[in-house]
Design a protein around this ligand. Structure first.
Ligand code: PLP
Length: 390
């Protein structure tokens, strides 16, 4: 026997699922250069346009001057620098939680939190549309793992009735491929009534939702009692890199002591923490970015509806257009690109079979005119495709 990688790759192509990495030759922003072509992009998660913000860049440069580049070691050895510590304190204050713990990526924060809290004999219940990192975390934990129907507190309740051991309910705050909000008040009440803990990964809500960018928990006004485990990432609206878990002092100390993805990895470069601290300040105090983003979202939804496109139930900067067939989604993305517009086609297995989509994301860095250009191009490209068979 041997590894028949060629056959696997060929099958992937035949199913229209082969992925390619666009090569970015410019900084993040609405106008980018990709594979030699200037393009207007609607696919990054830089929702507030902070990834290339001059003050954030300056904070990174100053941080590198002062602290050097590498983290040097893991946090428990000699890698926990003052900028990491200051950022953690600022994130705790921002989220209204007693403590926050910094991670190098959101994927690792999720693996850490779930595996430190549940194991053999316990139960982890997840929304079936949760981000891959949360699903992987559930499987890695060795707890009994089950997925409830999307955003369905009744489906969660019936699984909670059969749960044993410590039970962790895990959900995205804003669903990454659909843009809809988790029904946190209902999920939190359901979990709490049965003694389970709720963990919310709000990678796409922080910065974009809530009066001061505090994400879905600020939007719904939920505290530590309702959401004991809160995860945020810094690579999206913050425009930097890394992630955090916020919660009680006991929760955070448990992660420091027991979470392997926290313990066995080098800390992120301290200068990145300096940049995140600057982003946090801009994100909290300059609410005009969220206001502009809300206007862009409204403009896009009105325009797409006029074109007869299928929008999803999303009040967030994630505004997917449901296409269905993978080949059709890829073709639409290709036609847009011919017109100088970059929107990613998202296909199974990232999303359920038959729900391929164009994942349009908007950023406060976009202008209204740029959103109108996207709408014009969508109208043109749609007219070039055969009508959808019913
Ligand atoms: C992007 C994302 C992550 C992973 O965060 P990284 O910092 O990119 O590793 C986790 N959860 C959700 C919901 C995400 O969208």
């Amino acid at each position: 026997m041997t590894f028949d990688l060629a056959a696997r790759l060929a099958a992937r192509r035949a199913e229209h699922l082969f992925r390619q990495r666009p090569l970015l030759e410019s900084p993040q922003g609405p106008q980018v250069r990709v594979d030699g072509q200037p393009l207007l992009a609607f696919c990054s998660n830089d929702y507030l346009g902070l990834a290339s913000h001059p003050e954030v860049v300056r904070a990174l440069l100053d941080g590198a001057e002062r602290w050097g580049v590498g983290g040097g070691a893991s946090h428990l050895v000699i890698g926990h620098s003052q900028p990491h510590h200051v950022l953690e304190e600022a994130l705790a204050e921002f989220t209204g939680r007693p403590r926050a713990l910094l991670f190098s990526t959101g994927y690792m924060a999720n693996l850490a939190a779930v595996t430190a809290l549940v194991g053999q004999g316990d139960t982890v219940l997840e929304d079936r549309l949760n981000h891959a990192s949360l699903l992987d975390a559930g499987l890695l934990s060795a707890a009994r793992f089950s997925r409830y129907r999307h955003n369905d507190a009744a489906s969660l309740a019936s699984r909670l009735d059969k749960a044993s051991g410590n039970t962790l309910v895990v959900t995205d705050g804003v669903f990454s491929m659909d843009g809809d909000l988790a029904d946190l008040p209902a999920l939190a009440a359901t979990a709490k009534a049965r003694g389970a803990w709720l963990m919310v990964d709000d990678a796409h809500g922080f910065g974009a939702l809530g009066a001061s960018g505090g994400g879905i928990v600020e939007h719904f006004g939920l505290g530590l009692e309702e959401v004991p485990v809160l995860v945020g990432t810094l690579g999206k609206a913050f425009g930097t890199a890394g992630a955090f878990v916020a919660g009680s002092a006991e929760l955070i100390e448990t992660l420091v002591q027991f979470a392997r993805p926290y313990i066995y990895t080098t800390s992120q470069p301290p200068a990145v923490a300096c940049a995140s601290l600057k982003s946090l300040e801009l994100l909290r105090t300059e609410g005009w970015r969220r206001e502009h983003l809300a206007a862009l979202i409204a403009r896009f939804r009105a325009g797409a509806a006029e074109l007869g496109l299928t929008l999803m139930d999303s009040p967030t900067p994630i505004q997917p257009l449901l296409i269905g067939d993978s080949a059709r989604a890829v073709e639409l993305s290709r036609l847009l690109r011919e017109r100088g517009i970059l929107v990613g086609a998202i296909r199974p297995p990232t999303v359920p079979a038959g729900t391929a989509r164009l994942r349009v994301t908007l950023s406060a860095a976009h202008s209204v005119a740029q959103v109108e250009r996207l709408l014009d191009a969508l109208g043109e490209c749609q007219a070039l495709l055969p009508p959808v068979e019913q």
